[in-house]
Design a protein around this ligand. Sequence first.
Ligand code: ATP
Length: 320
Amino acid sequence: MKNPDVKLKLLSKLSDGSFHSGESLGEELGMSRAAISKHIKGIQEWGVDIFRVQGKGYQLSQPLIMLDEALIQSKVNNPVELHPVIGSTNQYLMDNTAKLPSGTVCIAEYQENGRGRRGRHWVSPFGANLYLSMYWRLEAGMAAAMGLSLVVGVAMVEALENMGLDGVKLKWPNDLYYQDRKLAGILVEMSGQAGGAAHLVIGMGMNLAMQDRDSAIDQPWASLSQVIGTDHIDRNVLAAEFINTLDAALKHYEVHGMQNFVERWNRLDNFIGRKVKLIMGANEITGIERGIDAQGGVLLETEEGLKSFIGGEISLRKSE
Ligand code: ATP
């Protein structure tokens, strides 16, 4: 990764929303106008909309309030690390479990290699969304981590409800949905040895005010701005809320596991009672979705009766 410092400085100058000429930016940063223009291109490649007006200079197409590590840290007990530009927040924590305390959070403005399940790409434009991961050391070991992404999903939606935001649902096993579109994804990764503690990294990417032009996404998606009805979302406050939610959910999970969990999930299941297909490699199976069972498997009413499916290789889709 090239050092992003100059681009970040440029962005913080532009974040006031007014025009800045290439010349004045060059003077402030001690470089030529041509160098500024090159860096602006780089920022645009991060997914930030900047336009240029002859004689006036550069301006952001929409205001940007950057994430603020100290502000987030003042609202949570977990250690918080803000890395504005990073490969992947999950990968950073996975690489550093040996030296970080359990509960450490990594948050970013932009991920160069954001990822979903099975290495799929997570589109992560700068400054528009939340990319947040937490490291958790689970003493009970890897087997106890089953179902964790379901528990985290429910906790996130309940937290949104507590903020007065209704209508967000869940798609088994790890997505938040709004009006049949993907709003957020949760990715739980782990390392550890049988018999020992599990090192878990729980990551979440939530779209907050993503622009339509980010059409690299090959399935319908939504932004939280649609749920709230405004693009003005305080990302720092929201990040702190989610960190506290995640921390509480993990502590609860350590004690109670998935006890009394089925009803909480089923109330929020986006596809309950609807016709869906489960895709497992080259195989597809169609049926009516009936929520989850106590182990966290998804229940499907098929021609051969009610069946439960579980495992990381399964993708659920709406069936017409
Ligand atoms: P599954 O049902 O197996 O979880 P998925 O396709 O939803 O399937 P994920 O691993 O959860 O897979 O997420 C990666 C996929 O999400 C990408 O292949 C892309 O289709 C979609 N995607 C990528 N970035 C975003 C984003 N910012 N918002 C919404 N969806 C995205």
